[in-house]
Design a protein around this ligand. Structure first.
Ligand SMILES: [Zn+2]
Length: 318
């Protein structure tokens, strides 16, 4: 299974900054050591034109040239640097490549059904502004770009590629919801903590709010209902899955109480749901802020282990 990383673009953060930058490298090292079935590749950078499928040209330019106002930088939570801009582009490029490979839009390569981004899931980014550690919205750009590439490949198709964003990061995918608010070809589903950031939420196509301290069983039941409703309302040709590790009980920002097993069951349910319907799926890591960062990385490694099972099913099904 192909997976893309960009952790060698380390953006300089001030001492004591609360963003856990080392988790990206830790995840790559653990995958390389423990899951040889994951083929790690360097993420390409998304171009201005690709970003402009979602983002306002003035915002893209401000990020590229470091002219973003201080307040807007503060809302993102990262100080601007050339590495910050480069990393943001590559994080989008990783999800784009994963989606292409899953869908089979890479010339000469057959569809693999599943592929991944070791980062991404930057769902708090809007068309014209960033927020909450998110600069550009990787899932949104990938959705629009895959629709364009898919339309070129399938010229006879009567309707655009339908994309479902299944956002299971513990925070609401407010940027994604806003970007696709009047776009019927992209279905946005967000399961998130009711009392958590962002405090002004947007309307996704389907929002499921969970109370503080939510345990495995009610969470999985809520997910089941959400997938049922998604089934009733939408027929995706591509799923973009944000497998956030922050609903984990040991997360310092999550406020929910999912166990390792609960999160693994969650991931399995999503991979299985897509596999049963033979819907190609690209997934990203989204948030994870464990008190112990090794536990966040463990949740993510578990996601990859389950994904590999389903990737093998795709390959043996031809
Ligand atoms: Zn989050």
């Amino acid at each position: 299974m192909q997976a893309f990383y960009a952790d060698h673009f380390v953006l300089p953060l001030p001492a004591g900054h609360r963003f856990p930058m080392p988790k990206y490298q830790l995840l790559r090292e653990r995958l390389a050591g423990e899951l040889p079935g994951v083929r790690l590749g360097q993420a390409p950078a998304a171009s201005d034109g690709e970003l402009a499928l979602v983002h306002a040209p003035a915002y893209i330019e401000a990020i590229a040239h470091g002219t973003l106002p201080v307040l807007a930088q503060r809302e993102i939570g990262f100080p601007w640097s050339p590495a910050m801009a480069e990393r943001a582009r590559r994080s989008v490029g990783a999800t784009v490549m994963a989606a292409r490979i899953a869908l089979g839009l890479v010339p000469g390569v057959r569809p693999e059904g599943l592929a991944a981004n070791l980062a991404g899931g930057t769902h708090h980014a809007y068309a014209g502004k960033g927020g909450g550690f998110c600069v550009f919205n990787d899932a949104a750009v990938a959705a629009r770009l895959m629709q364009a590439e898919w339309a070129r490949r399938h010229r006879q198709a009567r309707q655009p590629l339908q994309v479902a964003v299944i956002d299971l990061d513990v925070h609401q995918g407010n940027g994604t919801a806003s970007i696709f608010t009047s776009d019927a070809s992209v279905f946005t589903l967000s399961l998130h903590g009711e009392k958590n950031f962002p405090f002004r939420k947007e309307a996704s196509d389907l929002d499921v709010e969970l109370p503080d301290g939510c345990l495995d069983a009610p969470y999985l039941q809520a997910l089941e209902h959400a997938l049922d409703e998604l089934d009733r309302r939408f027929e995706p040709g591509l799923v973009l899955f944000l497998a956030g590790a922050d609903p984990y009980e040991g997360d310092r920002l999550g406020r929910l109480s999912l166990s390792f097993d609960g999160l693994e069951a969650r991931d399995r349910r999503v991979f299985d749901w897509a596999w049963q319907r033979r819907i190609p799926l690209a997934f990203s890591m989204a948030g994870g802020y464990g008190n112990n960062i090794d536990e966040t990385v463990q949740v993510q490694v578990n996601t990859y282990r389950v994904a590999l099972e389903y990737w093998r099913r795709w390959q043996s099904a031809g």
